[in-house]
Design a protein. Structure first.
Length: 433
């Protein structure tokens, strides 16, 4: 057990990761040494940043807390603190069930932990973070909360109403990150295209991304978690015209059946969804769309699922994930619908949908063979350098494997790479001059 060392464990999404990076910076300025997601935690203090999105995420967070409680019981840990979404929503219950945890903090009051450790928040650190990502890319969170209230989603219950950060504050953060060597920016929030609406009733995501793209040193900007209803189409013009805005958009459609979209409270129709996809691809040729779909929602019939399969087959998404419905207490669907699709049917539908997508992904990636792409190198693993094209977000999308024996490459640098082969997950390539 190392004195003055704090082990930070982050569960869930990249928005949680940003919170962990903020508190790590404050800890370090107060004299602590911090490690993040260490394989062998050795600190005298541990902080677990939890996720509470769906049941599996909650279970993972609870199991991690229990692991550290055992470390504390065995004398391998002095103090254990828990923060994040799970403790935001279930603080009272967790305190009663897990008294071994020294204190629980919510999603937004985690800086109180500094005070409880006898330290003070350092104002000069506001807006700065200890990056846990490779130094050439970072996540930038532009807002908190969500006003959408989809029937299945607990996020608004956890994070509250949508709250946009001031545009100049975000741009100043990007400038500071550029000074630290960051070249690629993953722009994130629960509902990206709603940015600014809570400030004056107008969408400001287009203005934000346009101004961000004009900052010297910003090489790539990638957009995550858009929403199809009231999508600001002028954002597409920025993606098309700005060379450093990646031709990539993460936009969750969830379903295509009008029956399901209505029951889910998505406020968009099947035809509006199809029209939007066509307009996105018309305005931004070559764009790669990442989407998320939900199967097994209450009332989903075989006909609804058939429509969803046809949609995936015809839309040919470059990137797609799917998950089975998990009833979350307090949501509209939990209180108004019966969870009537059997678990085995949910899993069968999930497997069937992902099998369709796997075939599509293999075909689309194979079309890249022989073409040259700009690739950023993230790391070296064994005999390969591992990189990504502008069409690939870290950790979730295909990577480019480049033989390390042919040429020495620098981590965080861009190279032109000709794709020589592909499989269902990755591309293989070689650097060209």
């Amino acid at each position: 057990m190392k004195k003055n060392q704090i082990d930070i464990v982050t569960m869930g999404c990249s928005k949680n990761l940003v919170d962990s990076e903020i508190i790590m910076k404050q800890f370090e300025e107060n004299g602590y040494h911090c490690t993040h997601d260490a394989e062998r935690p050795q600190g005298e203090i541990a902080v677990i940043n939890t996720c509470g999105f769906i049941e599996s995420a909650k279970e993972e967070s609870i199991n991690t807390i229990l692991e550290f409680i055992n470390r504390k019981k065995n004398g391998q840990l002095n103090r254990l603190y828990v923060m994040g979404c799970l403790s935001q929503r279930y603080k009272d219950e967790l305190e009663a069930e897990l008294p071994e945890v020294d204190k629980f903090y919510g999603k937004f009051n985690y800086k109180q932990l500094l005070t409880d450790l006898g330290k003070a928040s350092i104002p000069s650190c506001d807006g700065t973070r200890h990056l846990t990502t490779p130094r050439h890319y970072a996540y930038v969170k532009i807002a908190e909360g969500c006003d959408r209230h989809c029937a299945y989603c607990a996020i608004p219950l956890i994070t509250g109403k949508h709250h946009s950060r001031p545009i100049d504050e975000i741009l100043n953060e990007v400038k500071e990150l550029v000074k630290q060597g960051v070249k690629e920016f993953q722009i994130i929030e629960q509902e990206l295209t709603y940015y600014g609406v809570d400030l004056d009733g107008k969408h400001h995501i287009t203005e934000l991304i346009s101004r961000m793209a004009d900052i010297e040193g910003v090489k790539w900007i990638r957009l995550h978690y858009a929403y199809p209803n009231q999508f600001p189409l002028d954002l597409l013009d920025v993606i098309a015209k700005k060379d450093n805005v990646c031709k990539y958009l993460d936009i969750a459609f969830q379903h295509i059946s009008d029956n399901m979209l209505t029951r889910m409270h998505r406020h968009v129709t099947k035809q509006e969804t199809i029209n939007l996809i066509q307009e996105i691809r018309r305005r931004v040729p070559g764009i790669h769309l990442r989407t998320t779909l939900l199967v097994g929602f209450p009332g989903e019939t075989e006909e609804d699922f058939r429509e969803l399969k046809e949609f995936v087959t015809e839309a040919r998404f470059e990137r797609m994930g799917a998950f089975a419905y998990s009833e979350e207490e307090g949501t509209y669907s939990a209180t108004h619908y019966k969870d009537d699709v059997p678990e085995e049917v949910k899993q069968q539908r999930l497997d069937e949908l992902m099998a369709i997508q796997q075939g599509i992904s293999e075909e689309l990636e194979a079309e890249k063979v022989g073409k040259v792409f700009k690739v950023i190198v993230d790391r070296k693993e064994g005999e390969y350098y591992i990189g990504r094209t502008e069409y690939c977000s870290p950790e979730v999308d295909p990577e480019v494997l480049i033989p390390a024996s042919k040429k020495q490459l620098n981590i965080g640098e861009f190279y032109n790479v000709r794709v020589t082969d592909s499989d269902e997950f990755d591309l293989f390539g070689e650097v060209v001059e």
